[in-house]
Design a protein around this ligand. Structure first.
Ligand SMILES: Cc1cc2nc3c(=O)[nH]c(=O)nc-3n(C[C@H](O)[C@H](O)[C@H](O)COP(=O)(O)O)c2cc1C
Length: 322
């Protein structure tokens, strides 16, 4: 996730068990692009020593091929193409989710990239641009290119991060594609992971925002699958995790204002829905100092109460860098 899943954040996830495979934020690819250094740093550090897939976004075929060739000289397991980013600035350039309106272009990109990528070559897509009914034609294009895995975020571009995820469409992909399909969208705890795996028949899950809120999620899913009782975090555990996030991701050289901004980026995915009438998040939003911010966390997370994982609130795009 842009501006979230950098090397320090991966380090935090690793402490709590972490996923089996890590995907980078997307590298922006165009004629003059050079792979961003902070994303390369995550690949180089690879704190979990688990497979890393480097994700690219763009539509200029020679630049995508050039970047894929360059990235394959680094310690990665594969390359992923982003066909899902809904940010208007990205879609206007016909990249990310914007490409979903141009199937012949996707076809050409996949043909060239499949030829250029000797490692795993995977695709992350939404269901279409305007309507989920666009998805079957898209699947036909994916089927034609021997990709190694397909991750399906079960929303259209227009649906952004709205309340509905079309798991039936992910099930259709899992039944149709000759490669493994990973389901994505609103996996937030063991129950949702189990339910989404069951109804989609997906070979695996990709987890985004759910991991920011619940870093235990990967180990919880592993434990449940292997018959062990998953760890049940309390509010006190969440408070300790917020401390770890701060320690690992906010370099001491960073000005306090920057640290508060960075912590709010995470807390915007953690706090909403926690605490009656959203008081936790409503109090956090105007906080200006770290002292204020942590005092609010202390107030709301002092009791060892079980931590429910409420349905993910609709992600606001305002101020999001994608
Ligand atoms: C802040 C933010 C940044 C994101 N950046 C990326 C990205 O770089 N690449 C990508 O494939 N998806 C990105 N996404 C989309 C997520 O990977 C995921 O598809 C989406 O949030 C739905 O899954 P979730 O409910 O598990 O979060 C981003 C989402 C958010 C909220």
């Amino acid at each position: 996730m842009q501006d979230i899943t950098d090397a320090p954040f991966w380090r935090v996830m690793t402490r709590y068990g972490g996923p089996d495979v890590y995907y980078t934020e997307y590298f922006r690819v165009h004629q003059d692009s050079r792979p961003e250094r902070h994303i390369l740093a995550a690949i180089e550090e690879n704190p979990a020593r688990r497979p890393v897939i480097a994700q690219m976004i763009g539509q200029d075929i020679p630049s995508l091929v050039r970047t894929a060739e360059w990235l394959q000289k680094r310690a990665i397991a594969g390359i992923d193409l982003n066909l899902g980013c809904p940010a208007p600035i990205v879609c206007r350039k016909e990249a990310g989710g914007g490409l979903l309106r141009n199937l012949p272009k996707i076809d050409a990109i996949l043909r060239e990239l499949r030829g250029a990528v000797h490692l795993q070559f995977t695709v992350k897509t939404r269901l279409g641009y305007d309507r989920p009914e666009e998805f079957p034609a898209l699947l036909d294009v994916f089927c034609a290119h021997a990709i190694d895995a397909l991750t399906v975020h079960g929303r259209t571009v227009r649906e952004m991060y709205g309340p509905v995820v079309h798991y039936d469409a992910i099930a259709k992909a899992a039944a149709t594609m000759p490669c493994p399909v990973f389901a994505n969208g609103n996996v937030r705890d063991v129950d949702s992971a189990r339910r989404i795996t069951e109804i989609t028949g997906a070979a695996g899950l990709m987890i985004g925002r759910g991991a920011i809120r619940n870093p235990w999620i990967f180990q919880q899913i592993r434990d449940a699958a292997e018959g062990r009782e998953p760890f049940a975090p309390t509010r006190v555990d969440l408070r300790a995790y917020i401390e770890v996030l701060h320690r690992e991701t906010c370099a001491s050289a960073m000005r306090e204002e920057g640290q508060v901004g960075k912590m709010k980026k995470y807390l915007g995915h953690i706090a909403p829905g926690l605490g009656g009438e959203d008081t936790f998040w409503r109090e956090l939003r105007p906080a200006l100092t770290l002292r204020e911010l942590f005092a609010i966390c202390d107030r709301h997370l002092a009791e060892p109460l079980p931590l429910d994982m409420p349905v993910l609130p609709e992600t606001q795009m305002v101020g999001m860098m994608m």
